[in-house]
Design a protein around this ligand. Structure first.
Ligand code: ZN
Length: 246
């Protein structure tokens, strides 16, 4: 082969490599689901003990970051149900939640009881929240957690995302001590539970770390809600209400 042929070959190879890299990056951007993003990082079988921690009412400066630090240390991913009106003031936190592989859900824009709204008002609460979050992280497949778990026929007739409530309420918002929250949760937990907490209180965050440490010792793996349902190959469906995996 002549020298110019070598050069042409090398140039062609480099161009091919570059175009592969560009399309890989593009594909990465098009991945909307958290389980796709986290794929390959863990192998879970249906027999494993799994649980999903969920946090409502954030993002909240000074609290959510503390939770994120502890989750990172423990290599645990959770699901955050965010209040839309708090997103703009906490953009860095939302970005960090996304970057660190946690799942993001919607908890309405103003933390309202959806059952007291018309269909149009319900849609506004949810679309507005989708809009502010997608403005930061791009297109995303959200879950919905209605405040207080309240939903009605009207909501379920149009909602175009899975509705996720819970099977364990830690009642962390009542001011219970972290120790009590941990003790009660560890006692009650079953594989497949969805645990309700709030990333806006110090006792909740402390309790979350206690729950993780205790349950990991008992052989539990923590997953996002979406990942947990994929373990059993029962993907979440829009308009369905989910309390737990079992
Ligand atoms: Zn709430």
């Amino acid at each position: 082969m002549r020298r110019w042929e070598y050069r042409a070959l090398i140039t062609a190879f480099l161009l091919l490599l570059a175009s592969l890299l560009v399309s890989a990056a593009r594909m990465d951007n098009e991945v909307r689901s958290v389980s796709e993003r986290n794929k390959g990082q863990r192998i879970i079988t249906p027999e494993d003990k799994v649980v999903a921690l969920t946090f409502d009412d954030g993002p909240k400066a000074g609290k959510t970051e503390k939770l994120l630090d502890g989750l990172k240390e423990r290599n645990v991913r959770v699901t955050f149900f965010m209040i839309g009106c708090q997103v703009q003031d906490n953009r860095d936190i939302v970005q960090r939640i996304f970057d660190e592989g946690h799942q993001i859900g919607i908890h309405t824009y103003d933390h309202v009881r959806l059952t007291e709204l018309t269909e149009e008002e319900q849609k506004q609460q949810i679309r507005q929240t989708e809009g502010v979050i997608e403005g930061l992280i791009g297109d995303y497949d959200f879950l919905l957690r209605p405040p207080y778990g309240d939903r009605n026929e009207t909501l379920l007739s149009w909602i175009d995302m899975p509705v996720v409530v819970w099977s364990i309420d830690t009642e962390d918002w009542t001011g219970r001590s972290a120790d009590l929250i941990v003790e009660q949760t560890v006692q009650d937990v079953e594989s497949g539970d969805i645990i309700l907490m709030h990333d806006i209180f110090d006792n909740s965050i402390e309790a979350a770390f206690g729950i993780i440490d205790e349950l990991q010792k008992m052989g539990y793996t923590f997953l996002t809600v979406e990942e947990m349902f994929e373990v059993r190959e029962t993907p979440l469906e829009n308009g369905e209400v989910y309390h737990h995996l079992w």
